[in-house]
Design a binder for this molecule. Structure first.
Ligand SMILES: Cc1ncc(CO)c(N)n1
Length: 222
């Protein structure tokens, strides 16, 4: 099923408030409006570096599930492309951190980040179906894409120092990649048994809640 009439679109309508809570979080809006407190950005930078490092083995587990469980070999290529951009992301964090006086080797993961990384680990279990894992994988990427894309719109007042960060996740290529992931997730959800679909929806909700908390944490609010 193509993006438009799939299970994912139904869920996005049903859980709209929570979804926009993640994509239009006050921290994202403050980047877009140019009112961001740079200490929030620095906190986010250090914590997200740790998150992205934990996201790599999770991505590898999704790739492994795709190879074992998917009937479509292009799934693997899409996920592999995502892993290649993770490689660039890690390099970007390492280049960006010194500009902000952030020492990545000394960052201690905050509780929300630990919770999020533990959640990713739970999804890495071989018992978790590919359909559930790819749904979580899609939404984790999609919330960043949508959020940062907001900060790149013509009428945005994003500070120049933050443009590169927004570009990283908000660019059209990343948007296309997220739509590919959405199509993959929809295709598998469309043929999964009801209990698997239900677990995928729970995973989606957990991701959205963790994303909101991650932004709150970056604002120093947890
Ligand atoms: C917290 C968080 N969610 C999603 C992404 C997207 O990769 C990220 N880098 N960090």
């Amino acid at each position: 099923m193509e993006v438009g009439g799939g299970v994912i679109e139904t869920w996005l309508r049903k859980h709209r408030l929570l979804y926009t809570g993640a994509t239009e979080h006050p921290l994202i809006l403050s980047i877009r409006d140019g009112t961001i407190d740079f200490s929030s950005f620095k906190r986010w930078l250090g914590q997200d570096y740790i998150f992205v490092r934990a996201f790599v083995p999770f991505s590898a587990s999704v790739l492994l599930k795709a190879c074992k469980e998917s009937d479509n070999s292009s799934d693997m290529e899409v996920i592999l492309g995502g892993m290649a951009s993770l490689n660039d992301e890690i390099a970007w964090f390492k280049k960006e951190a010194p500009k902000w006086g952030v020492e990545l080797s000394t960052i201690v993961p905050q509780k929300v980040n630990q919770d999020y990384c533990r959640f990713l680990e739970s999804l890495m279990s071989p018992e978790v179906e590919y359909t559930v894992a790819i749904t979580a994988f899609w939404v984790i990427e999609a919330v960043y894409q949508e959020g940062f894309a907001l900060c790149l719109k013509d009428d945005s007042k994003t500070p120049p120092e933050l443009k590169e960060a927004c570009q990283r996740w908000g660019n059209d290529g990343f948007g296309q990649y997220c739509r590919s992931l959405q199509n993959i997730a929809n295709r598998h959800l469309g043929k999964a048994p009801p209990d698997v679909v239900a677990r995928a929806e729970v995973a989606l909700l957990q991701v959205l809640e963790l994303e909101v908390e991650f932004w709150n944490m970056s604002q120093g609010k947890t």
